[in-house]
Design a protein around this ligand. Sequence first.
Ligand SMILES: Cc1cc2nc3c(=O)[nH]c(=O)nc-3n(C[C@H](O)[C@H](O)[C@H](O)COP(=O)(O)OP(=O)(O)OC[C@H]3O[C@@H](n4cnc5c(N)ncnc54)[C@H](O)[C@@H]3O)c2cc1C
Length: 456
Amino acid sequence: MTDTSADLVILGGGSGGYACAFRAAELGLSVILVERDKLGGTCLHRGCIPTKALLHAAEVADAAREGDKFGVKSSLEGIDMAGVNSYKDGVVAGLYKGVQGLFKAHKITVVEGAGTFVAPNAVDVGGQRYTGNTVVLATGSYAKSLPGLELGGRIITSDQALNLDFVPEKVVVLGGGVIGVEFASVWHSFGAEVTIVEALPRLVPAEDEWASKQLERAFRKRGIAFKTGSRFSGATQTETGVTVTIESGEQFDADLLLVAVGRGPNTADVGYAEAGIAMDRGFVLTDDRLRTNLPGVYAVGDIVPGLQLAHRGFQQGIFVAEDIAGRNPRVIDEMGIPRVTYCSPEVASVGLTEAAAKEKYGSATTYTYSLAGNGKSQILKTAGGVKLVKAPDGPVVGLTLVGERVGELIGEAQLIYNWEAFPEDVAPLIHAHPTQTEALGEAFLALAGKPLHVHG
Ligand SMILES: Cc1cc2nc3c(=O)[nH]c(=O)nc-3n(C[C@H](O)[C@H](O)[C@H](O)COP(=O)(O)OP(=O)(O)OC[C@H]3O[C@@H](n4cnc5c(N)ncnc54)[C@H](O)[C@@H]3O)c2cc1C
């Protein structure tokens, strides 16, 4: 017989919900978690993991195609989507098994079904009420569309794009944010002709302007077309294709239109509004300790306004579990959450952009180190760079990196930001040669006034 009451009831088993469940169980709390689909949520089944598997397959395709650059005789014979999907699905399946095992190991009661939040201490699933001293809302997000743009057929979101059994010849990607540029990158590497349409003036518009310029230059070089500052005005589809029109009147014919215009919170039809949860445009409002307006009710993950990232959800879940257990955890600094866009080349950042730092501090010092001076990046034949933003008389408050594989460097960058390091703190620390981490080291040496491999 399944328990119907526990210390904690969690609605949603994605990154935010399951991290909260695991940490609460470690702290000795009993947990009931309600999930209507698969444990692991968007990130594992429809987000981070399958997209990064596709991006890795894309990297392998590029390596095969570009062997000549390195004196290796190789060529790309083609993309076998069945093979790509089986590799991707295999990765997801392995991790899914792992997550399920962790639920068992933590002795968490999992209730399968769609839950409704019915009272500050209760969730209903199919007429059965589950009660807890605390309830955590973690219902995640869904791919949005634009008004008047109906999804279906050749007009798809990332959910369908992840499971295509063919490589489209031509694709239009609506939205030049993270998800849009990642899919554009994959499809281009697989041989498709790709055009990105973005309403804002630049690709990855949430990043430092410098990063957008670097990425745009790289995409131009790769042959990925993009129309920035271009608003979508309509799309029509037939049996054989889709035609996308932008406000200038220009039209693009394609096999598919990927709509990547952001993700909305899954908060309708789950009882939140009816129970009196304070919300803004569908997002659940919380204080900085992730408490909603109802006593004993917390919210974590994509339904809380802010960065929609899996590791933010993990940390928020851990935070809430520790808060409930009386551990008084430190409030999470949103700006200290690293952000990585895994297209080719990658964009990785933490902290403030130059513009945001200038707005906050009145002025800011910046330093940009080009990967042209970094041995390992030259071996990899990647362009890009590292940009540091420093507060006046203060620590480094922003780091942005562009280049192949720089996502892996964000670990050091986030330590520097979160420890509020000054250039003088980092400059004496030694980076192994030849690695791409040296680019960070060189930038810090330069900002501390002792540049090494820098001209002029
Ligand atoms: C294409 C794509 C790529 C991404 N890539 C990355 C990346 O590389 N790195 C990164 O950090 N983030 C990435 N993300 C974002 C990441 O997936 C999300 O930030 C993360 O999954 C949010 O976790 P969550 O727990 O808030 O919600 P979710 O993971 O969405 O989980 C919510 C869960 O709640 C369940 N649920 C909803 N309503 C109910 C209900 N009424 N009853 C029961 N269960 C319910 C859902 O079935 C779901 O399992 C990506 C997202 C997408 C779409």
